[in-house]
Write a protein that binds this ligand. Structure first.
Ligand code: URA
Length: 443
């Protein structure tokens, strides 16, 4: 079936029917549609949008483009957490084992970095030996035994999204509500968790620059999830500056491990606790948000979450070492300190600019087929707004390519130029959307 009539219909702003949408997704999955027609169609959707019915149909078609997993025979409720993408966002590594030790099974389908945002799969693969390709039987065994497994999108889980995602990345069609909704929920419906907590990032380092746009996306996600009878909560979190102090795959794994060990930056810990608590509440493992937060904090402090993460890593073939030996993560060949040119207050760095610096450094991909350097990244030494003295070390830039490290350090020095006054830091949780509606503030 030719895609041209659908492209023309959408170009003129007409709604598509189920047959047209199915035919599109089938052609994407079986390879019969060429990239140029898919790209043109994505662009018409980007400009013309889709109504709620079309978005549900596209989501269903993406979910059903491959296998759909069913966890109803598991002895625990299932839930997942999904981030719309940010810089320094290592939360999945903390939240999945944390929810798992508290009685919620997390079959986590993760993605790779997209644009300047990092991806959980790339981070996990910084751990020597760790496999993120598990067949369905192994995925099921591990989720039953440990309550948590991290997998990448295999050939047969929402395969349509793999191709669409890659094309969107290079055709300027990422920031489209129906395309984001069908991409996120299509994958999640295929992986099969009952409920879903979305961490919707808002700010300079996110696909959604402001809360109004994010709110519209949050509502579309919740409404579309409801059409599939999936409870879904959205937590809107700030992504103006990188989350935590580490950006880049290996450095972020180290920071996630510190948080799992009850330490690490407060922002990463607090948001992890918030998301895990919401997963417990939504999955019915806790009826009280405060009690769920306290349980999550305790599981970080007493080592249970860290132990579970270690078991998950073992089960997936990874090898972690001692904390004192950098957890056995690969060491960067080059390091360069960035120091303060003058005394002042450390500005909150623009997460988007830092994200692109990390990509240039090798932590992300400029082209879809690029590999990533697991050691590449930036580790900040101080918190945003803190008073710093001239010459003080503000950050360290790391990686395996000396020239790239040098260039990124120069770029970072400009971004981190101290300011005379501290900037006010916004709260990390900006708003939430759940069965009680949309509420501003860190409720
Ligand atoms: N994350 C996804 O999985 N898909 C998108 O389109 C955006 C963020």
């Amino acid at each position: 079936m030719s895609l041209l009539p659908s492209i023309l219909a959408k170009r003129e702003g007409r709604a598509l029917d189920e047959t047209q949408i199915r035919a599109f997704v089938t052609g994407v999955t079986d390879g019969s549609l060429p990239d140029y027609q898919i790209s043109a169609f994505l662009m018409t959707i980007f400009f013309r949008g889709m109504d709620r019915g079309e978005t549900v149909m596209l989501t269903r078609a993406v979910a059903e483009s491959g296998a759909v997993l069913d966890w109803s025979d598991l002895d625990r409720p299932t839930a997942d957490k999904h981030s719309t993408g940010g810089v320094g966002d290592k939360l999945s590594l903390v939240v999945a084992p944390l929810a798992a030790v508290l009685g919620v099974a997390v079959p986590m389908l993760s993605g790779r970095g997209l644009g300047f945002t990092g991806g959980t799969l790339d981070k996990l693969e910084a751990i020597p030996g760790l496999r993120t390709r598990l067949d369905h039987a192994a995925f099921r065994r591990q989720v039953s035994a440990l309550g948590c497994a991290f997998v990448g999108q295999s050939e047969d889980l929402a395969p349509a999204d793999r191709r669409l995602y890659a094309l969107r990345d290079v055709t300027g069609t990422i920031e489209s509500t129906p395309l984001i909704v069908s991409s996120i929920l299509g994958k999640k419906l295929a992986a099969g968790p009952r409920s879903l907590v979305i961490d919707l990032k808002v700010g300079r380092g996110a696909f959604m620059p402001d809360l109004a746009a994010a709110k519209a996306l949050g509502r579309a996600l919740r409404e579309t999830a409801a059409a599939f009878d999936r409870p879904c909560s959205v937590i809107f979190s700030a992504m103006d500056a990188p989350l935590g102090r580490a950006v880049g795959n290996g450095p972020e794994v180290a920071e996630a491990l510190a948080v799992l060990a009850g330490r690490g930056p407060a922002g990463v810990r607090d948001l992890s606790v918030e998301l895990a608590a919401e997963m417990l509440r939504l999955a019915g493992a806790s009826s009280d948000r405060e009690a769920a937060r306290a349980a999550a904090a305790a599981a970080l402090d007493d080592g249970r979450a860290l132990a579970r993460f270690g078991e998950v890593v073992d089960a997936q073939g990874g090898r972690l070492g001692e904390p004192a030996a950098g957890w056995g993560l690969p060491a960067p060949a080059h390091r360069r300190a960035v120091t303060a040119a003058a005394a002042g207050h450390l500005p909150a760095p623009d997460a988007g600019r830092v994200g692109w610096l990390a990509v240039e450094l090798g932590a992300g991909r400029r082209m879809a087929e690029d590999g990533v350097d697991p050691t590449a990244g930036i580790v900040f030494r101080r918190d945003w707004g803190e008073r710093v003295a001239a010459g003080e070390e503000l950050a360290v830039v790391e990686g395996c390519d000396a020239a790239r490290v040098e260039r990124a350090a120069e770029g970072l020095a400009r971004i981190l130029a101290p300011r005379p006054e501290p900037e006010p830091a916004p709260p990390l949780v900006l708003a939430r959307l759940d069965e009680h509606g949309f509420r501003l503030g860190p409720v």
